[in-house]
Design a protein around this ligand. Structure first.
Ligand code: SF4
Ligand code: SF4
Length: 288
């Protein structure tokens, strides 16, 4: 639908206590690392109607980003979600026509969330039947796997909810737990960010532990996705914006080490990698 690969609808209401309690426990156990922003706006995170007064529906959307283009051998690895244009911009562009269609057809208001608002987006994706929560903490979208961005349109229009999926995801697997280089996947299917290379190389500010080796990963980690059987045979997505940027083919260790603020800004102008900043990339380079 309009370039959105999967859509589901849930009634806008408070999330269950089990979700907020689990989230609180995860924070209290320090698993969010230094991402202090995750410990704010709990009232809003609990109830999406605080993001849009009068909201009646949460439309959960999955946008696939799996693509076949790969970084050349020997080049420090960048997580595949960040190979192309910044997903915040691309996904918002994809959702805007649907939001406009809703406003024009049914009236009411809409609010688009693309990692830009406190919302339990994985919970909403599962409740709306878009996917299943995997042991890796990621949402598995049948037929698309885990290589998907999640986003939401919250609207004051009341739509009929779509039911949660009735299948299960991980029976007897555990491949992601075994493969995770940091041992970050907890028994309850949440991630201890302090052990997760994705967090450490992207979100974490400041020094990394001296002994840390990222195993050749410069930005992010795809390990739990690469081993997930739900990603086997997934077709490349229909969004060329997520293909590998040709500029990344030349990002050898030497070329990264010699990046200047100007060349960094040019190469990553349209990329989510901006988030790590040049100082972050140079820091990660020392831990490859
Ligand atoms: S992204 Fe990497 S380090 Fe983080 S949980 Fe997945 S496999 Fe583990
Ligand atoms: S790798 Fe296996 S256990 Fe992990 S999310 Fe995928 S199916 Fe579930």
């Amino acid at each position: 639908m309009l370039g959105i690969d999967r859509v589901g609808v849930a009634e806008a209401c408070e999330v269950p206590d089990s979700v907020t309690d689990g989230y609180r426990r995860w924070l209290d156990e320090g698993c969010s690392g230094s991402m202090d922003y995750l410990d704010r706006y709990h009232d809003v995170r609990r109830d999406p109607r605080l993001l849009l007064p009068g909201a009646r529906s949460v439309i959960s959307c999955a946008i696939a980003y799996y693509h076949k283009s790969k970084q050349p051998a020997g080049i420090p690895a960048i997580a595949s979600y960040a190979h192309g244009d910044d997903y915040h911009d691309v996904v918002r562009r994809l959702l805007e026509p649907l939001a406009a269609f809703i406003r024009e057809t049914w009236g009411g208001e809409t609010r688009i969330c693309v990692d830009t608002a406190p919302i339990h987006e994985r919970y909403w994706a599962v409740v709306a039947g878009v996917g299943l929560r995997g042991r890796s903490g990621l949402v598995i979208v049948p037929g698309l796997g885990t290589y998907c961005f999640l986003a939401e349109i919250i609207t004051t229009v009341e739509f009929s909810p779509t039911p949660p999926l009735e299948t299960t995801a991980c029976d007897g697997c555990g491949a992601c737990v075994v493969a995770c280089p940091g041992g970050a996947i907890r028994s309850d299917g949440t991630i201890d960010a302090r052990r997760c290379l994705s967090y450490l190389t992207i979100e974490h500010r400041g020094k990394l532990p001296d002994s840390l080796s990222t195993g050749g990963r410069l930005y992010g980690c795809d390990c739990c996705q690469q081993v997930c059987p739900h990603n086997l045979g997934v077709k490349p997505c229909s969004h060329p914006e997520f293909d590998l940027s040709p500029a990344y083919n030349d990002l050898t260790r030497e070329n990264i080490a010699s990046l200047t603020p100007e060349s960094y800004a040019t190469i990553f102008r349209r990329s989510a990698i901006k988030r790590a900043k040049l100082s972050g990339l140079l820091r990660n380079l020392r831990h490859l």
